[in-house]
Write a protein that binds this ligand. Structure first.
Ligand code: SF4
Length: 310
């Protein structure tokens, strides 16, 4: 279904925009059937160092925005730390939701117990793969239970009548062409969209998050990611999104699920997005990555070592 609404500027109608990939230039409903390739080698979350010119991703942009030096250490120098156990729980919960929606896409509704059983089976392999270090076996058992209760809470809350998804954990890639100038920036944008559901109002692009605390909708936190997804979606499927959602799994004692919906992206979103992309590319061109000390350093994996080693 294609939307036409004066308040929802169509990216395709902006100057210079062009369709990027004729092989996926169909309506989204034509794209539903086949599960996409989400093997680790195709996943932006498994980026290798030294390939910063291969593509831009929302996670790369967000890391650079947070601190250009952290970006350099991670993506150019290739310094990686194992994910924290908190992040790992989120990743495991995410894999459970992916499994649930892949089955739903094929007309099979898994029970909560079946999804949790899948998590139990995958836990050890995923922990080994990510080199996760648990404090002790009790800590590991607690985190394992936390992942299961988060997924259970989500599946309990999600409406049974939610339409089958049109996309699940799907890798989208398209050239970055500035819609306001028509300039091809010479690099592709890559994003992995967690979920797209086709509601009566149209396609809703959803992203899953895990968090330790609940919060109201603060749209700007997700600005880069949501605008990137909307750009890719419009470029590849020739449709406007009807909305974008952040679905948060909150790790409170009794897990909570928060769903915040945001409006389709506007010209202002795309203008800001391309300003960020251009600044990012300028830094890459110059090879200059200033450090940005501040409160964010407390959560930075590099704060007690590589950041200040030269
Ligand atoms: S410790 Fe702070 S300044 Fe250093 S890389 Fe991390 S965020 Fe940047």
């Amino acid at each position: 279904m294609t939307h036409s609404c004066n308040q929802m500027p169509d990216l395709r109608s902006l100057p210079g925009i062009r369709l990027s990939n004729p092989t996926v230039g169909h309506s989204l409903s034509d794209q539903i059937q086949q599960p996409q390739d989400t093997s680790p080698s195709s996943d932006v979350r498994h980026e290798r160092p030294t390939d910063v010119w291969a593509y831009i991703s929302p996670s790369r942009l967000n890391t650079w925005l947070r601190c250009p030096r952290a970006f350099k250490l991670r993506y150019i120098d290739g310094i990686r730390s194992p994910p924290s156990t908190n992040l790992f729980v989120g990743k495991v919960a995410h894999s459970g939701l992916e499994r649930f929606y892949r089955h739903k896409q094929m007309g099979v509704t898994l029970t909560e117990a079946e999804v949790v059983q899948h998590l139990e089976m995958r836990w050890e392999a995923m922990a080994t793969e990510d080199h996760v270090v648990f404090t002790d076996t009790r800590d590991e058992a607690r985190l394992r239970t936390q992942a299961a209760t988060l997924v259970t809470a989500y599946l309990t809350q999600v409406p049974a009548e939610e339409p089958a998804p049109t996309l699940v954990e799907t890798r989208l890639k398209a050239p970055l062409v500035d819609p306001f100038t028509g300039e091809d920036l010479g690099i592709e944008l890559l994003g992995i969209v967690d979920l797209v559901v086709n509601e009566a109002s149209g396609q809703i692009i959803c992203d899953f998050k895990t968090s330790t605390r609940s919060s109201g909708p603060v749209e700007i936190i997700h600005e880069v990611q949501l605008t990137a997804y909307a750009y890719l979606f419009r470029q590849l499927f020739h449709e406007l999104e009807a909305g974008l959602e952040i679905r948060s799994l909150i790790k409170t004692k009794i897990p909570k699920i928060e769903i915040h919906r945001y409006s389709p992206r506007t010209q202002a979103h795309f203008r800001r997005f391309f300003q960020i992309v251009r600044q990012y590319l300028d830094d890459l061109d110059r090879g200059e990555f200033v450090y940005r000390p501040g409160f964010g350093c407390t959560m930075c994996e590099f704060h007690d070592g590589p950041c200040v080693s030269d």
